[in-house]
Design a protein around this ligand. Structure first.
Ligand code: CO8
Length: 373
């Protein structure tokens, strides 16, 4: 078995920053318009009026201050509240592949690797913009990589599950190097008319190059000491969009065909699960939690991350130990923990240990323990 390192990462940040205030203004205009249009039913008691959102609530409940979106004009139009992302001809690079290629080029450059050095491409994310041909094969072709490619989806844990898959391929000699990419366009399947969740997500794409430790050439290399994955079925985060929708017209366009969650239940159930998962993983590697210099946690909710860090460390973690990027990026699904790693890892010293951890729909939990070389 070969030792495996993360030798490069990349981050594509969409062009449009949207503050909580902008989002709430659009949402509240939609609410006022909706309530005015249904005034008679509301007054007759036949319909509950919609309630307004608040920027203060969003920041207090989640820690999110803004997000980046692929399009903001459609999202902030109270009559639409869906991004404008025009379809492209089949001959053009698709949108998700474009994001993936941008992040991948950065990761490959950081790793000091060209297309000829990579044998396998994984696109791992919560939603593929089409079922086939696989997004990964389009990304592979756009970058001029030989070998093979495939897509995988484990919702917010797609990146850690993707890393584990890449580690297996490199460790067993199936691939010399693997490119693993997470193009998340969360805004396209977020219900911007739902007060409980309209603020949660942003768009982004991350990329990671993994390769054999004995031939890696980059300056920043992180040995993968171990990966640990877990899944437990739950309906508390669910999206019923799928290819069977057209077989029952009554469901088309219903809110369950977008992201829906029981946020409080998710919070309560997932935090202990993740805390125990990380502690057990570290223990299996003979590493004390106190010896971990950095936790690159999934970026869904600030209080959630503080609680998880407290469960693992037995004390509060500071912003250096558990960096926060959700204030600027919001929840970018599988990209979140990799963004934290990408932006907050270069200062580590040789020998320092850190943990990338994801958690989300499924439920799915993943942890990757790294040691800087
Ligand atoms: N403005 C003002 N008030 C609000 C708003 C709002 N926008 N929303 C809710 N409220 C009100 C509620 O009505 C409630 O009022 P009351 O007390 O009178 O009933 C009060 O505020 C409290 O509501 P909650 O209990 O719902 O608030 P919480 O403190 O629980 O915060 C959160 C809500 C922020 C959603 C929080 O529960 C949370 O972050 N939970 C964890 C969620 C999580 O980690 N989910 C993971 C999902 S990510 C994932 O798995 C990837 C899926 C695939 C990607 C999908 C991409 C689209």
């Amino acid at each position: 078995m070969h030792k495996v390192v993360i030798s490069g990462t990349g981050l594509f940040t969409p062009p449009h920053a949207v503050s909580n205030e902008e989002l709430v203004e659009a949402f509240n205009t939609f609410v006022r318009n909706h309530n005015a249009a249904h005034q008679a039913e509301i007054e007759a008691g036949a319909l509950e009026p919609l309630a307004e959102s608040s920027a203060e609530f969003i920041e207090k409940a989640s820690g999110i201050k803004q997000r980046f979106l692929m399009d903001k004009s459609g999202v902030l139009d109270p009559a639409r509240m869906t991004p404008y992302l025009p379809e492209r001809p089949n001959e053009e690079l698709s949108l998700q592949a474009e994001m993936a290629v941008a992040a991948a080029r950065q990761a490959m450059e950081a790793a000091g690797r060209g297309a000829a050095d990579i044998d396998m491409v994984i696109v791992a994310c919560s939603n593929m913009q089409r079922p086939y041909p696989a997004m990964s094969v389009e990304v592979q072709q756009a970058l001029g990589i030989a070998g093979y490619a495939f897509d995988m989806n484990v919702a917010c844990s797609s990146a850690t599950f993707g890393i584990q898959t890449a580690v297996n391929a490199v460790a067993t000699g199936q691939a010399r190097a693997v490119l693993m990419v997470n193009p998340e366009i969360c805004s396209a399947h977020l219900n911007f008319r739902d007060r409980d969740s309209h603020f949660i997500f942003g768009d982004a794409c991350t990329a990671v190059v993994l390769e054999r430790a004995d031939s890696a050439v980059s300056a920043q290399r992180y040995e993968v000491l171990g990966c640990k994955l877990a899944t437990v079925f739950s309906n508390n985060i669910r999206n019923n969009f799928g290819f069977l929708n057209r077989c029952d017209e009554s469901g088309i366009g219903q809110p369950d065909k977008l992201f829906v969650q029981q946020g409080r239940k998710v919070f309560k159930e997932v935090c202990p699960m993740v805390g125990e998962h990380i502690v057990a993983h570290l223990e299996s590697l003979g590493i004390e939690p106190s010896a971990v210099r950095r936790f690159w946690l999934h970026q869904a909710n600030l209080a959630m991350n503080q609680l998880i860090a407290r469960r693992v460390l037995g004390r509060e973690a500071d912003a250096v130990e558990a960096p926060v990027i959700l204030d600027r990026y919001a929840n970018t699904s599988s990209a979140g923990s990799v963004i934290a790693f990408h932006l907050h890892s270069n200062d580590l010293q040789a020998g320092d240990v850190g943990v990338i951890s994801s958690f989300g729909a499924g439920y799915s939990v993943g942890s990757v323990v790294l040691r800087k070389l």
